[in-house]
Write a protein that binds this ligand. Structure first.
Ligand SMILES: [Mg+2]
Length: 398
């Protein structure tokens, strides 16, 4: 089998790659809705891959992997990897999880990442009300995550939250950073108490926190919330779009508190998890299969983390419905250090009409049934998806 073309189109807000193989097979990969600019980065790999056998996934990856980078630029390589696996699964007539070694679970746990509404404020009451709303969702999530501190509007809305000026730029990334005031710290602890009051011990709570904390604040907060048994504190020091890790500083934090510390959604490749894992610098890693270099890359990291007593909760909130298929396939194969992946949904209601293969309903009691279809399981329906293509992408399915 040979690759005869590689195409990329923006469908809604998500960049989609299509690998066209001879013998009439196509494979798809989907990037985050936050990366509408990705198309040229995907297309630069076209020439390198034409003529290769798409079912030799690793051989194809060896040609392109060195051209990726930390978020957002690992995504192009990552979604091509998903598309290669999709072709390989379809060619073999088996779900992709079979090619990764087979599933170890029939249902995969997911936590609420994408089913959100504006909270209308960052007071303890608003956080509590939002937790109540999440608990009532028909998906029955038993883990929810909330943004606080620099990963929320709190940095702007709570007067005197930190000794700095919050940026209003959408490209805030790691720009918002500074020492948190005592008032700001007390406010966050009040918010956690209010959320736990609602969630009790029935629904686990994780917090996405930054990045941007100074280490002493991070430690003070992690210790202050120890009694609430949070599932994890995510990206306090680095993370999100920060193009470095600082594993030694993470280690100082992690060994000084019983609250689990989490990072990794921006990290590209297994090599860049090496220090975090070998030094046991965090308790939980959170690679995104659409940023880290692909699903096989994520599985390798999960296995290596398992050897070191570290758990894994993959990122994925913006990955869309094809991205959901990729997450389900790889997470079905992970060892017992797997907690849950961050649930992505369709950014527009019509997304659910242009794909096939999704379970109905998708999530039950926080779990998704492993999809038993060849390839990645969730597939585009070209006739239905065509009408959402932009003029320049009209030939995407040809
Ligand atoms: Mg995050």
């Amino acid at each position: 089998m040979r690759i005869v073309d590689l195409k990329c189109a923006l469908i809604g807000k998500n960049p989609i790659v299509r690998i066209v193989a001879d013998q009439g097979l196509s494979g798809y990969g989907e990037a985050e809705s936050y990366k509408p600019y990705l198309k040229p980065y995907v297309l630069q790999f076209r020439e390198a891959l034409i003529g290769e056998d798409p079912t030799d996934v690793e051989r194809c990856m060896l040609k392109i992997r060195q051209r990726g980078a930390f978020k957002p630029y690992g995504a192009a390589v990552s979604i091509i990897e998903h598309a290669l696996w999709d072709v390989a699964g379809k060619a073999a007539g088996v779900p992709v999880y079979k090619l990764l070694g087979g599933k170890v679970r029939d249902r995969v746990r997911t936590y609420n990442g994408s089913l959100r509404v504006p909270m209308g404020g960052t007071t303890p009451e608003r956080y509590a009300a939002d937790c109540k709303r999440m608990m009532a969702l028909p998906e029955g999530f038993d883990i929810v995550k909330q943004g606080i501190a620099f990963h929320s509007a709190m940095k702007r809305e709570f007067d005197g939250f930190f000794y700095g000026t919050p940026s209003l730029s959408p490209f805030h990334g790691a720009m918002d950073s500074g020492v948190i005031t005592e008032r700001g710290m007390n406010h966050m602890i009040d918010c956690v108490a209010a959320m736990k009051e609602v969630l009790g011990d029935r629904v686990g709570l994780a917090l996405d926190c930054g990045p941007g904390w100074l280490p002493s604040d991070a430690l003070r907060f992690a210790r202050a919330v120890e009694k609430y048994n949070l599932l994890w504190l995510e990206d306090m020091l680095t993370g999100d779009y920060v193009p470095w890790i600082n594993a030694d500083v993470y280690r100082d934090l992690t060994i000084a508190t019983s609250t689990p510390i989490h990072t990794g959604e921006q990290i590209y490749l297994r090599q860049n998890f090496k220090e975090l894992i070998e030094r046991r610098a965090v308790d939980v890693v959170g690679p995104d299969p659409a940023d880290v270099g692909g699903i096989a890359e994520l599985k390798w990291i999960a296995e290596y983390a398992h050897l070191h007593g570290i758990t894994i909760a993959p990122h994925g909130t913006g990955n869309g419905l094809l991205g959901l298929g990729a997450l389900v396939n790889v997470c079905a194969t992970l060892p017992s250090n797997y907690i849950a992946f961050e649930y992505p949904s369709g950014t527009d209601p019509w997304w659910y009409e242009i794909v096939e293969g999704l379970p109905k309903p998708i999530v039950n009691n926080g779990l998704i049934d492993v999809i038993d279809r060849p390839g990645m399981g969730v597939d585009l329906i070209p006739e239905a998806a065509k009408r959402y293509l932009k003029e320049e992408d009209k030939a995407f399915f040809d």
